[in-house]
Design a protein around this ligand. Structure first.
Ligand code: PGA
Length: 253
């Protein structure tokens, strides 16, 4: 049975309080204008942490069917962790989701799968659904290592207790993020099938865990990518910053 697609926007480090609220409102208006989209897709936006309360307020005021999530959280509940944001803080600000292990955090901040796993455990304890990102670098794909890399990240990043109710996987080939180069449908199909098989070995309710694709998803390639078997939605960076493109991706599915 096909799962309802999750269309998730990762706004990364962009915008102001005002622009974040406007973007959320524009998405809410578009969803109100196309109510049938909600039958096929769930929608999520992940603004920068400081914009979460304003976005949450805008969404609630509008009554839009739009969930809000964080882009990262700490592996600890509170204390002397300068600059970090705890899972209960995200929850308190109105988040239901958190992205973890995005390649920009793995690469720029040196996050290991073990750290992602600790963060995910913590996020689950606080009732957040985690979107755990995996994906190979271009050199790893060229070396024929893509499947090994992804298998290692999956095995290392999923905490005990991960299941379809609290975890979503996002496959994002690093070389396709923000580059305009999306993976081919054949590559996506092969990797999603591989991830599905790995989850099947690991989890009891594997069949229901969503596996998103991410990496230069746009309205014009969304239909080809998101109708592939085992692709249960998209994690969208650049195109999620324009309401028309974000909703256009859902419409294309
Ligand atoms: P992109 O980013 O859509 O801009 O490639 C995707 C992501 O980083 O999640």
């Amino acid at each position: 049975m096909a799962l309802k697609k999750l269309i998730a926007g990762n706004w990364k480090m962009n915008g102001t309080t005002q622009s974040a609220m406007s973007l959320a409102q524009d998405i809410g208006d578009a969803l109100a204008g196309s109510p049938a989209l909600g039958d096929r897709c769930d929608f999520l936006v992940c603004p920068p942490a400081v914009h979460i309360p304003a976005v949450r307020q805008a969404v609630t005021k509008q009554g839009a069917p739009l969930a809000v999530g964080g882009q990262d959280c700490a592996a600890f509940e509170k204390g002397a962790y300068t600059g970090d944001i705890a899972a209960p803080m995200l929850k308190d600000a109105g988040c239901d989701y958190v992205i973890l292990g995005h390649s920009e955090r793995r690469t720029i901040h040196g996050e290991t799968s073990a750290l992602v796993q600790a963060k995910a455990k913590h996020a689950h304890d606080w009732g957040l659904v985690t979107i755990i990102c995996v994906g190979e670098q271009e050199s790893e794909r060229d070396a024929g290592e893509a499947f090994n890399v992804v298998a290692g990240q999956l095995a290392g990043s999923l905490p005990a207790g991960a299941d379809a109710s609290n975890t979503v996987i996002a496959y994002e080939p690093v070389w396709a993020i923000g580059t305009g180069k999306s993976a081919t449908p054949q590559d996506v199909e092969a990797m999603h099938r591989f991830i599905w098989e790995k989850l099947q070995e690991k989890l009891e309710d594997f069949g229901k865990m969503r596996i998103l694709y991410g990496g230069s998803v746009k309205p014009d390639n969304a239909a080809a990518l998101l109708t592939i078997e085992n692709v249960d939605g998209a994690l969208i960076g650049g195109a999620s910053l324009k309401a028309g493109d974000f909703i256009g991706i859902a419409k294309a599915v």
